[in-house]
Design a protein around this ligand. Structure first.
Ligand SMILES: NC(=O)c1ccc[n+]([C@@H]2O[C@H](COP(=O)([O-])OP(=O)(O)OC[C@H]3O[C@@H](n4cnc5c(N)ncnc54)[C@H](O)[C@@H]3O)[C@@H](O)[C@H]2O)c1
Length: 248
């Protein structure tokens, strides 16, 4: 097999699925990885194969990497996109919730990346980790989610620094709000209104807009970019106070 292969985790739906579709349209073969085996079975995309795996489980990750290698023979890019969200006040965040969020959002990125190092060395490949604006700026209700995403941003820099000598690049995309199943579950009407007040582009993003940033960082067009965080966020990170006052 000679076509470049990407693994995208959490790709049965949402941002991950949009990324898999975009990469496929750009000539990649894509391993679509997700914990949701039933949802995976509904997918039929040319040059793509599906692999059921819980990214927080080291044994499942090892098996998944073996299976993908058997299918593709090479791995050129890894998109660590699988993630879960839970919004609640710090005082009401029990340890089980904290651990669930950390195990998927942070341990998952660590485990899948580590398992792929030998294969990414072969191809001088790329890692793209999906963080969040909640990892760039603190907010209410996101003690576990936001902290896990801030850790993903730092983990990306660790990866870039350590893996650079083998030609492996590691970057991060920090999406702003996107109407996916994850966001619909935690974005109350009050949170949606607050986002609109804080976003210079004054709208939620689309999955495809996040996918474009991810695909760029996977590609050779970003061959000298590593250790960076690209916020695809409608300007959220740039803004301070006063936005609503400027609007009609
Ligand atoms: N939607 C947003 O507003 C938003 C904003 C910032 C960051 N993000 C991040 O983008 C990424 C994708 O989120 P989305 O909005 O597309 O959500 P989504 O819920 O639509 O998709 C997430 C996918 O991850 C899978 N998944 C969950 N746990 C898993 C596990 N342990 N192993 C393997 N797969 C698992 C789910 O089954 C699902 O298919 C997440 O990391 C999320 O934190 C989303």
């Amino acid at each position: 097999m000679t076509a470049k292969t990407a693994i995208v985790t959490g790709a049965a739906r949402g941002i991950g699925l949009a990324t898999a579709r975009l990469l496929q349209s750009q000539g990649w073969r894509v391993a679509i990885v997700d914990i949701d085996a039933a949802e995976l079975q509904t997918l039929d995309i040319p040059d793509c194969a599906t692999f059921a795996c819980d990214v927080s489980d080291p044994d499942q990750v090892a098996r998944m990497v073996q299976d993908v290698m058997q299918w593709s023979g090479r791995i050129d890019a890894l998109v660590n996109n699988a993630g879960v969200a839970d919004f609640r006040p710090l005082a009401e965040t029990d340890l089980a919730t904290w651990r669930r969020i950390m195990s998927v959002n942070l341990d998952g990125v660590f485990l899948v990346s580590q398992a792929l190092i030998p294969h990414l060395r072969q191809t001088r490949g790329a890692i793209v980790n999906i963080a969040s604006i909640s990892g760039l700026r603190a907010s209410t209700l996101r003690v576990a989610y936001g902290t896990s995403k801030a850790a993903v941003i730092h983990l990306t820099r660790q990866q870039a620094v350590e893996l650079g000598e083998w030609g492996i690049r590691a970057n991060c995309v920090a999406p702003g709000p996107v109407d996916t199943k994850l966001a619909l579950a935690v974005h109350t009407p009050a949170i949606r209104a607050a986002y609109h007040d804080a976003l210079p582009l004054n709208r939620y993003g689309c999955e495809t807009e996040i996918a474009e940033a991810i695909a760029f960082l996977c590609s050779d067009r970003a061959s000298y970019v590593t250790g960076q965080v690209l916020a695809a966020d409608g300007g959220f990170e740039a803004a301070g106070v006063g936005l609503p006052a400027l609007r009609d």
